[in-house]
Design a protein around this ligand. Structure first.
Ligand code: MN
Length: 319
């Protein structure tokens, strides 16, 4: 496919998009990169893959301008690799954008892929205060930042924490991104999954650790005042984050039904380009089964939990 990362609607391309996923997120990653190419975004992409099949890799590479970085099998969730991938040698542009593989671009979002100020990090702040942002947890954040980075602000710079599925930052912040990696290695358990015990200081793993640095590390970049990639600046151009489980390529739930148009357009594009055939699609993405998925959406979270529990038990039995 013709995908030379040279010119697009906003001139020269200055940003590399970085994402990652284990095998369960290979479809999500494909949808994410397809949504870029479909909307004319020719930015280079680096995908961290953990345990993908050759077929899964072949599909995403066929979108053009994609580099795969194989991730070693690790008991930590893939999200802990965000800063490592953002600083890897395959990122050759002045800016880097992290985009979660459970998300998609709606419209041409090129404009949001570069910050307005090199000294700032563009990331969404919670508009309300999340329940884990307590004085007790902030004290732990401060203590850990001081212990590991050598210094900490007396008080948190912010009244709330960040949400990290989409981040834009200049690559001059390499040391800061490395500090994020180091901090995660120090404060998160070695087998951490995506979410820790509710209410604990690092409840949202990588996101909480990033939050602790932005709040307490004196040398951290400031958070950009206006976060525009969520549709606040333009309702036709935004990054849609498929929060909550199951994900749209697994099963649809009542919350995710609103993303159906975004996902089905991308699936139709993939079919049209011959990158996938209908029989290769997971059930939840097959156009003909939509009415079934919509009907069972209200119970999907429980069905999904049951499926995952069964898988885990089978894996344990196999040793
Ligand atoms: Mn996500």
């Amino acid at each position: 496919m013709d995908c030379n990362p040279v010119m697009n609607t906003v001139g020269e391309i200055e940003t590399t998009i970085v994402t990652a996923g284990d095998r369960a997120f290979a479809w999500g990653s494909l949808l994410l990169v397809a949504s870029m190419r479909m909307n004319g975004m020719r930015h280079p992409v680096v995908v961290g893959t953990m345990d993908w099949t050759d077929e899964q890799k072949r599909r995403i590479l066929s979108l053009g301008g994609v580099i795969i970085r194989e991730l070693a099998k690790d008991r930590r969730c893939v999200a802990c690799q965000k800063p490592m991938l953002m600083t890897c040698e395959d990122v050759k542009t002045p800016w880097v954008c992290w985009a979660d593989s459970d998300g998609a671009f709606v419209g041409d979002c090129s404009e949001w892929l570069k910050g307005e100020n090199e000294d700032e990090i563009a990331i969404r702040k919670y508009s309300s205060v999340p329940p884990d942002f307590t004085q007790a947890n902030l004290a732990v954040w401060k203590r850990d930042v001081e212990r590991i980075c050598g210094e900490a602000n007396d008080k948190s710079r912010y009244e709330t924490r960040v949400n990290a599925p989409f981040i834009v930052i200049h690559t001059k912040w390499r040391d800061f991104l490395n500090a994020w990696t180091r901090q995660m290695e120090e404060v998160l358990p070695g087998d951490v999954e995506i979410i820790m015990k509710k209410g604990s200081p690092y409840y949202q793993t990588d996101e909480s650790v990033l939050g602790s640095l932005l709040c307490f590390l004196p040398s951290a970049p400031r958070i950009a005042e206006n976060y525009k990639a969520n549709g606040s600046a333009d309702k036709t151009r935004y990054f849609a984050h498929f929060a909550y489980n199951p994900k749209p390529w697994q099963m649809w739930n009542s919350y995710s039904l609103k993303w159906r148009d975004i996902v089905s357009k991308t699936v139709a594009w993939l079919l049209e380009k011959g990158i996938v055939t209908e029989s290769e699609l997971p059930g939840a993405l097959r156009p003909g089964l939509w009415r079934f998925w919509r009907a069972i959406a209200p119970v999907a979270p429980w069905v999904w939990r049951g499926i995952k529990l069964k898988r885990r038990m089978l894996a344990k039995l196999r040793g």
